[in-house]
Design a protein around this ligand. Structure first.
Ligand code: NZQ
Ligand code: ZN
Length: 385
């Protein structure tokens, strides 16, 4: 096992009714900036619950954070927060609202010049405003990690950054807030969480059986509970299990001490930036093809995955690996997430641009062994047609 430092300071308040306890989590007398997205929280009653729970606090609102949050939008929130001298940020929504709020937390007190440098040049913030979250879409793990992914419209760049200062102080995870999710977002959440586990588990053996078994437990739970949430949107237990899986998939726990890949995400972010696909839609397309192209270097873990996640024990090594990948693709499709680029009208003529952009940012080669070269990215994209 590799050396690691594990520290996850986010306090999780899990379960129905937990929004009611918000006021205990925010310092008395704080001036709170309540951030949200395009209005789903007003339609499903979450906004009203939050406002009720925060009676007596000074609340300033910043709505309109879009999916794949834009630097340009967020800077308006930064200016508002500076003007209003807010000292606590409360993000209410999905990963985009949480990520956007993390950026704002770093940008509001930033004195290092252009705020885009925090993302683009990964200049570490020296200080950040405290933030909390009410999560309404289980997917990204942003509710319990220190990362954010921000897009700049002007340059079509979608980039991740992080800082230990950006862990939410607390996150409220009430599965009932997810009852109103459209099926496309349910699928997105399950696929994203599945891919987060895959990025940290489907690499090479690192003598870390506990991390492996946690990872396999998350994957098996997603495979069981994901379809239940689609079939029965108000099944509380299914919602709760998917929600907890998504947090566990990217709160640092299963990734401690093991090699990590993240090539599927790197390629996927370019597809979102250039062609507007949802984050998880890109993962459903890239992951099965990347696993196929990388089936030799990932051989041992793919065999373990086939056996322990999909119960595939018969046949040659090659056929077990192939069946595990086919089962993964079929699961994404069954959740309603297409696994081919043709579903989104992204043609072959656009593949070169994706590779050029990865090259320009010196991101290649990718993968846990840095062996996913330009040629392999093109091969993965060609298989994904
Ligand atoms: O904007 P509103 O009106 O709130 O609607 C949202 C949005 O349209 C809607 N929604 C959210 N909760 C809802 C709901 N609709 C009905 N009922 C609810 N309870 O869902 C739509 C998508 O929301 P979004 O926040 O964009 O989705 P998600 O949580 O999948 O976040 C995706 C973003 O997270 C980034 C992605 O790149 C993308 O920008 N990621 C962040 C990561 C992190 N911080 O660690 C890691 C991930 O790999 C990912 O890259
Ligand atoms: Zn993701």
């Amino acid at each position: 096992m590799q050396n690691f430092t594990f520290h996850n300071p986010t306090r999780i308040l899990f379960g129905a009714g937990q929004i009611g306890g918000l006021s205990r989590e925010i310092p008395q007398g704080a001036r709170v900036l309540l951030t949200y997205g395009g209005g789903s929280i007003k339609a499903n009653g979450v906004y009203d619950q939050v406002r009720r729970a925060l009676e007596g606090f000074d609340i300033i609102e910043f709505g309109g954070i879009e999916p794949n949050p834009l630097f340009e939008t967020l800077m308006k929130g930064v200016e508002l927060a500076r003007r209003e001298e807010v000292d606590f940020l409360l993000a209410v929504g999905g990963g985009s609202v949480l990520d956007g709020t993390k950026f704002m937390a770093a940008a509001i007190p930033w004195q290092g010049g252009n705020e885009w440098d925090i993302v683009h040049r990964r200049m570490p913030p020296k200080t950040a405003l405290p933030l909390g979250a009410v999560l309404t879409l289980p997917a990204t793990g942003s509710e319990s990690n220190s990362y954010a992914v921000i897009t700049r419209a002007a340059t079509k760049e979608k980039m991740s950054f992080g800082s230990p200062l950006l862990f939410p102080r607390f996150s409220v995870l009430d599965p009932e807030t997810t009852f109103s999710l459209p099926s496309r977002q349910v699928a997105n959440g399950v696929v994203d969480a599945f891919a987060h586990v895959a990025e940290q588990y489907l690499t090479y053996p690192a003598g870390a059986p506990l991390q492996d078994r946690f990872a396999e437990g998350i994957l098996r739970t997603l495979v069981e509970e994901g379809p239940r949430t689609l079939a029965e949107p108000r099944d509380y237990d299914a919602r709760a299990n998917v929600m907890w899986c998504a947090t566990a998939a990217l709160n640092g726990f299963i990734g401690a001490g093991v090699p990590q890949d993240w090539a599927t995400h790197a390629i996927g972010h370019e597809l979102t930036a250039l062609h507007g696909l949802d984050h998880a839609q890109t993962l459903a397309i890239i992951l099965p093809n990347l696993l196929w192209v990388q089936r030799v270097p990932k051989r041992e873990k793919l065999l373990q995955f086939a056996e322990r996640v999909w119960d595939i024990r018969e046949g040659t090594e090659g056929s077990r690996i192939e069946k595990g990948i086919i089962a993964t693709r079929a699961f994404f499709e069954a959740m309603g997430s297409p696994t081919h680029l043709s579903a989104y009208a992204v043609g072959e003529d656009r593949f070169g641009e994706i590779v050029e952009r990865l090259q320009a940012r010196r991101a290649l080669p990718l993968g846990e062994r840095r062996d996913i070269t330009e040629e392999k990215v093109l091969e993965i994209l060609a298989l994904a047609r």
